[in-house]
Write a new protein. Structure first.
Length: 113
């Protein structure tokens, strides 16, 4: 997998508004927010898309979801937020480094797209 913009953010080669980081992931505010609160949670491990995760990645995915819930509390959106993962071009994925969008701070509609 080639180095993506997210890898450059993880490696601090590109500045970003980082709100959380640990040994497994980094979370930062989206530069083009689609809600009053919009941040991304990105694993440090390079997985190009959700479809290509393996059984060995299960603990990592669980960790990312736990981080999402903690950050939802921190960002004041624990009462309602949406987590979006685009997997593949036809789903709208434009950066091929697995990432979770977390959106909140406004009412969400269904269906989303």
């Amino acid at each position: 997998m080639s180095e993506t913009i997210f890898a450059k953010i993880i490696n601090k080669e590109i500045p970003s508004d980082i709100i959380y980081e640990d040994e497994q992931c980094v979370a930062f505010r989206d530069v083009n927010p689609q809600a009053p609160v919009h941040f991304l949670v990105v694993p440090r491990q390079a997985i190009d898309k959700l479809q290509n995760m393996t059984a060995e990645d299960e603990a990592l995915i669980g960790h990312l979801h736990r981080v999402i819930t903690e950050l939802a509390d921190q960002e004041g959106i624990a009462d309602g937020y949406r987590v979006v993962v685009n997997s593949g071009v036809s789903a709208g994925q434009s950066v091929f480094h697995l990432h979770f969008h977390v959106l909140g701070g406004r009412s969400m509609r269904w269906p989303p797209g």
